[in-house]
Design a protein around this ligand. Structure first.
Ligand code: GDP
Ligand code: IMO
Ligand code: MG
Length: 430
């Protein structure tokens, strides 16, 4: 059962969209399993750029089946906009199926996300898309799933049960008037009508595909350090962004997974608040931001930039059970005299080799760096194969392999499909 999971090895925006698009060439099914439209996955094909938020990055191939799994939270309006914009650009979305068990981001989730964030003394810097409140309702058993959303009667029943509670909360905590049931239903109806035919049993589809020996690619969103369990809590997203999210968020059994590929940048970025030990608040950080065009795909916010954090990376390799790394944006480090990799966190007179759970401790840590020789301006950017990379850049790749104990199976030096060097095959030949 050839199933491969793509996960973010850092704080998101590692280039998962690009790597998924590339590996999708050899896959028949591409499945999103968690997160929602907080994600922004960029795929560059020739001179066209696609920014995908909810739809799997395999959609650009007309012959692939794309699934939005039960673990994803769906804002129907955003999904419809994304579908329309792809169709307008000549991309067929006929093969997209949405799980009937996926939870729906309702208007009150978006409102609560903004009100809760405004109310926090210590901001998380959420994307404001209603992701957290929607997952809260899912776990609290007050959510609305696609199967209910697309059925007027069921939706009315569900809203009758959950809306009064939401309105009481909005009034008591934020002096907000809340939502009127009939108005809300009326706004949901046209959205439900348009999505209805795309909703189905994605669990059955993915399991059938696996049983038939089809190649299935699971596309993670966010990154390991944003995972609700394994990340820098509470500065995380509200879903399981690491590989463990793939089975629960798709209904594919955990035993089907053959490989986990972690996507990592050659450095680190983070959008929103929260600890970031290797952050560079200086000219080097600014330089990385400009060269890497490090501005959020979803919110346009400038991303915080810093050197590669080897401590966080090793932890991500462990938590995800990664078999290989896809290293992206190596070209952004072209022209630095020296490049640095954090190999430990200094805390008092101790060197920590794992990220501490306590954010207080993490904030007190100073990164310990290994310094590696840089490589000439433009040299990775112009390389056409792994062999053509300058020896120092290859040395950097080898350093990462040694540090993590797993191979760097792909190296990327530009946003396009052709800018990726595949060092070992991910899906085996059949
Ligand atoms: P994702 O959320 O993990 O899919 O990543 P994003 O799409 O949010 O951010 C990655 C950005 O880096 C996008 O703008 C990509 O087009 C771009 N990108 C991906 N790989 C490379 C690379 O190797 N070099 C350069 N220069 N840009 C890249
Ligand atoms: P992709 O899939 C980077 C961050 C937000 C915020 C925190 C919580 O493109 O890598 P949320 O709205 O999820 O409740 O916000 O998580 N965040 C991301 N950062 N890339 C993403 O997705 C992100 N999705 C959420 O900035 O700090
Ligand atoms: Mg992104």
């Amino acid at each position: 059962m050839p199933a491969v999971v793509i996960v973010g090895a850092q704080w998101g925006d590692e280039g998962k969209g690009k790597i998924t698009d590339l590996l999708a060439q050899d896959a028949e099914y591409i499945v999103r399993y968690q997160g929602g439209n907080n994600a922004g996955h960029t795929v560059v094909v020739g001179d066209e750029t696609f920014k995908l938020h909810l739809i799997p990055s395999g959609i650009l191939y007309s012959d692939k089946v794309c699934l939005i799994g039960n673990g994803v939270v769906i804002d129907p309006e955003v999904l419809l906009e994304e579908l329309t914009s792809l169709e307008k650009r000549g991309i067929s979305t006929a093969n997209l199926l949405i799980s009937e068990r996926a939870h729906v981001i309702m208007e009150y989730h978006r409102l609560l996300d903004r009100l809760e964030e405004a109310d926090r003394t210590e901001k998380i810097g959420t994307t404001g898309r209603g992701i957290g409140p929607c997952y809260v309702d899912k776990v609290a058993r007050s959510g609305i799933r696609m199967v209910e959303f697309i059925d007027q009667g069921l939706l009315r029943e569900r809203l009758k049960q959950v809306l009064p509670g939401k309105n009481r909360l909005l009034k008591a905590m934020y002096n907000n008037e809340g939502f009127e049931l009939d108005d809300l239903l009326a706004r949901c109806q046209p959205l439900a009508q348009q999505l209805k035919n795309r909703v189905g049993d994605t669990t059955a589809v993915v399991n059938r595909a696996l049983a038939e020996g089809k190649n299935v690619l699971f596309e993670g969103a966010q990154g390991t350090l944003l995972d609700v369990d394994h990340g820098t809590y509470p500065f995380v997203t509200s879903s399981s962004a690491s590989s463990g999210g793939a089975p629960t968020g798709s209904g594919a059994p955990v035993t089907c997974i053959d490989k986990v590929i972690g996507v990592m940048k050659a450095y680190c970025t983070r959008v929103g608040e929260g600890p970031f030990p290797t952050e560079l608040r200086d000219r080097t950080g600014d330089e990385i931001r400009v060269r890497g065009n490090e501005f959020g795909t979803t919110t346009g916010r400038p991303r915080r930039c810093g050197w590669l954090d080897g401590v966080a990376l090793k932890y991500a390799v462990e938590v995800n059970g990664m078999n290989g790394l896809a290293l992206t944006l190596l070209d952004v480090l072209d022209g630095f005299e020296k490049v640095k990799v954090c190999t430990g966190y200094k805390h008092g007179d101790q060197i920590l080799e794992r990220p501490p759970a306590s954010l207080k401790v993490l904030r007190e840590c100073e990164p310990v760096y290994a310094e590696l020789p840089g490589w000439p301006v433009g040299s990775c950017k112009k390389a056409k194969s792994y062999e053509e990379l300058p020896k120092e850049a290859k040395g950097y790749v080898e350093f990462i392999e040694e540090l993590t104990g797993i191979p760097v199976v792909m190296v990327s030096v530009g946003p396009g499909r052709e800018d990726t060097f595949v060092r070992s095959k991910i899906f085996e030949d059949r």
